[in-house]
Design a protein around this ligand. Structure first.
Ligand code: ZN
Length: 224
């Protein structure tokens, strides 16, 4: 038989975990009163909220966190014009892999061109640069990417779209559309649609995120 005491603990479990204290012993303190109904009788509970026990409201939501990692990772890129970052996340919101655009492994950054325009296409960066999505996918070799999500700071090109689909990734969240003609986005969107990969634009929950590291001491400020 369920006792009122047992119901009390179950009902308050979430509150305790999130920093709220529920106990009859707190009657003498500054408390807000909350009434919880149980099947057989009503019990008045004193739920005490102390400032030091309330979780911080100034934290980074998951989506903003993952997209912020994309931009931070993009800062590793040597590309003088376009820096892109990608972050792969599993269903448990664990970061599985990160990647940024760069030259293939083992090739020095100065050995291949970084320009966008040249007399011949092989004198531009385009045939050589590995995109952020490709690197994020290939950087993880030990865990399946099935049903994972990929966050990307820019809309994926059609070559990366194919890699994303073949890797088993089921959700794409991008932040920026490249200044390309609409037609160049069509193959990516068409393949995602046909393969059952959802693709949506990132909608931030925060207004601004500032990361400052000075003399090895870091601080982050979030403006919502
Ligand atoms: Zn790409």
């Amino acid at each position: 038989m369920t006792t009122p005491q047992a119901s009390f603990q179950t009902d308050c479990e979430e509150g305790i975990n999130s920093g709220y204290f529920a106990s009859a012993n707190y009657k003498s303190q500054q408390c807000c009163s909350q009434k919880i109904s149980v099947p057989q009788q009503d019990i008045s509970l004193e739920v005490c909220k102390q400032a030091s026990q309330v979780p911080s409201r100034s934290y980074l939501p998951w989506h903003d966190y993952f997209m912020s990692l994309c931009y931070l990772t993009a800062a590793r890129s040597k590309d003088p014009n376009t820096k892109v970052g990608a972050c792969i996340v599993d269903k448990e919101n664990r970061v599985v892999s990160l990647g940024y655009n760069g030259m293939p492994r083992g090739i020095k950054d100065d050995d291949l061109p970084w320009g966008k325009v040249a007399a011949h296409s092989y004198e531009t960066k385009y045939p050589y640069v590995c995109h952020a999505e490709m690197n994020a996918i290939l950087n993880e070799r030990h865990t399946t990417l099935d049903d994972c999500s990929i966050y990307v700071s820019k809309f994926p090109c059609c070559e990366c779209a194919k890699l994303i689909i073949q890797a088993g990734i089921k959700k794409v969240v991008f932040s920026e559309l490249k200044p390309e003609p609409w037609e160049e986005q069509v193959p990516t969107r068409k393949m995602f649609s046909l393969a059952g990969v959802t693709c949506r634009k990132f909608i931030p929950s925060i207004h601004q995120l500032n990361l400052i590291v000075t003399d090895g001491i870091g601080s982050v400020s979030i403006t919502k």
